[in-house]
Design a protein around this ligand. Structure first.
Ligand code: GRF
Length: 218
């Protein structure tokens, strides 16, 4: 089934959420953004959702001492709106088994590195200190291992000799937005499945991540 209804999980600024909203408003993305969930009440992305008329919820992890309780609550909250696809867009929590089980094959994450390089945090610093000549962002299916699920799509940018983490992040950000929009768009017009670690696009195995071109398409 092609994706029509998406839920977006955020923790902060929500610039990627905004990119999805803008693409939807331009008519470039044929999906309904049905729910935004944040684990921080102060996340600016909640304001973006409100302005766009999108239902939003806050589920503060700090109020759940047990990780498994938070995970179960989160699974229930996501399920209430019955999304076809759940997007972790700057959601800075590891999702646990209750969410993974309930939304298997429907959970994707945006990560600012060329996976499998630099899983986890501080990816810009690590790309520069490793002497990488390229950096980028990846969209992958979420599995139990952090940032290790099958990669659907990537965008690559050069690392310049004078780059510091902030300049690299600033250059990647607009490309990352395009990557997320193009990937969600793909889900809206193709069947993108992930079974036993293998991704198929309309039934055809994807053996390499799709790479975003400079025109914002794959
Ligand atoms: C993005 O860089 C994303 O790759 C990372 O967190 C950041 C979120 O930015 N996981 P925003 O909240 O969408 O502005």
């Amino acid at each position: 089934m092609n994706v029509r209804r998406i839920t977006v999980l955020i923790s902060g600024a929500g610039s990627n959420l905004q990119a999805l909203i803008d693409a939807r408003d331009r008519g470039d993305l044929q999906v309904e953004i049905i729910h935004v969930i944040s684990n921080h009440a102060a996340a600016f992305g909640l304001e973006r959702a409100r302005k766009a008329g999108i239902a939003s919820s806050v589920l503060e992890h700090a109020t759940y001492p047990e990780r498994a309780d938070y995970d179960r609550k989160l699974a229930e909250l996501i399920a209430e709106a019955d999304p076809d696809l759940v997007i972790l867009a700057g959601f800075m929590r590891i999702v646990g088994p209750a969410v993974l089980r309930r939304f298997a094959g429907k959970l994707i994450n945006l990560h600012p590195s060329l996976l499998p390089l630099h899983r986890g945090i501080n990816t810009y610093e690590r790309a520069i200190s490793s002497g990488d000549t390229e950096h980028g962002a990846s969209v992958h299916f979420v599995t139990a291992d952090l940032d290790a699920g099958p990669v659907i799509s990537q965008v690559r940018i050069p690392v310049e000799p004078q780059d510091v983490p902030a300049t690299l992040a600033a250059r990647l950000s607009p490309r990352e937005h395009q990557l997320l929009v193009a990937t969600v768009e793909l889900f809206s017009h193709c069947s993108v499945q992930c079974q036993h670690g293998v991704i198929t696009l309309n039934g055809k195995v994807l053996d390499q991540p799709l790479v975003l071109k400079s025109n914002g398409a794959f």
